[in-house]
Design a protein around this ligand. Structure first.
Ligand code: ATP
Length: 208
C-alpha cells in the first residue's frame, strides 16, 4: 500500500476513526459495522467503506470490521507509537489556551516548549510547558530536533517567525494566525483560521 494514493480527505479522517475505535475497544467491543460507526462519528457509511477500502480488505460482509485489527493498523499509519513533540510560538490568549489543553490525552502529540518575546512570560511554565525567549528559537528547536510548530503570534510577525522556523528544520506548521504563509515545498502548513470557520458556519446557517 502506498500512502501517496490515499486521498487527503481520507487521511484527515484517520485520527477520528482511530480515537473512536479506541473508545469502542476500551468498552470491550470487538467488531463494528460501517453503519454503526457511521452513526457514532457522523460520517456516512459509504465514505467509511470507501476510506477503509484504501487500506485493503479490512471488513467482511455480515461481520463488520475487526476493531483491534483496525486500531493496530491505524496506529502504525498514524505513527501513534511515537510521541510527536511540538513547539508553540506566541503565548498570547490563544497560545496559552493551547498550552493548557492536554493534547496527550487526545492523541500522541505533546507541546514540549513555547516561545515569546514578553519578558514577564520568559522562564515561567504554563500547563508544565516551559517558555523561552524567541531569541533562543533556533538553538532550542535544533537541539531537540523538533519538526512541528504551532504558530499563535500576531499576524504582523507571522512570516518572519515562519522563515526562522523553516531555517531551523521545522517541516509542519499549524498556523492559527490569519496570514497566508509562504513556505518552501517540503514544508506543510495547515491553516486554522477560527474567524473564517465561524463566518462560514454562520453563512451556511443563513442559507438553510
Ligand atoms: P491571541 O491572538 O493569542 O489572543 P493576544 O491578543 O493575547 O493574542 P497577540 O498580540 O496576538 O496577543 O500576541 C500573541 C503573543 O505573541 C503575545 O504573547 C506576544 O508577546 C507574542 N509575540 C509577539 N511578537 C512575537 C514574536 N516575534 N515572537 C514570539 N512571540 C511574539
Amino acid at each position: 500500500m502506498s500512502e501517496e494514493k490515499i486521498p487527503q480527505a481520507t487521511v484527515k479522517r484517520l485520527p477520528l476513526y482511530y480515537r473512536h475505535l479506541n473508545l469502542l475497544h476500551n468498552q470491550g467491543k470487538t467488531r463494528i459495522s460501517s453503519r454503526e460507526l457511521s452513526e457514532l462519528i457522523k460520517v456516512d457509511s459509504a465514505t467509511i467503506r470507501k476510506d477503509f477500502s484504501y487500506f485493503g480488505e479490512l471488513g467482511r460482509k455480515g461481520y463488520g470490521y475487526d476493531i483491534a485489527h483496525l486500531i493496530q493498523f491505524f496506529r502504525k499509519l498514524l505513527d501513534q507509537d511515537e510521541i510527536a513533540s511540538v513547539a508553540l510560538i506566541g503565548v498570547g490568549n490563544l497560545g496559552t489556551a493551547l498550552l493548557h489543553y492536554n493534547f496527550m490525552k487526545k492523541g500522541n502529540t505533546h507541546i514540549e516548549l513555547a516561545f515569546d518575546t514578553n519578558e514577564s512570560k520568559i522562564g515561567t511554565t504554563i500547563g508544565e510547558v516551559p517558555i523561552y525567549h524567541v531569541d533562543d528559537l533556533e538553538k532550542e528547536i535544533k537541539r531537540r530536533g523538533l519538526k512541528v510548530a504551532i504558530l499563535t503570534v500576531p499576524a504582523r510577525v507571522s512570516q518572519e517567525v515562519t522563515d526562522r522556523l523553516v531555517d531551523c528544520g521545522i517541516e509542519g506548521i499549524l498556523n492559527f494566525t490569519p496570514s497566508r504563509l509562504t513556505v518552501p515545498n517540503h514544508v506543510r502548513v495547515h491553516h486554522i483560521d477560527l474567524s473564517i470557520e465561524l463566518q462560514t458556519l454562520v453563512y451556511f446557517l443563513k442559507q438553510s
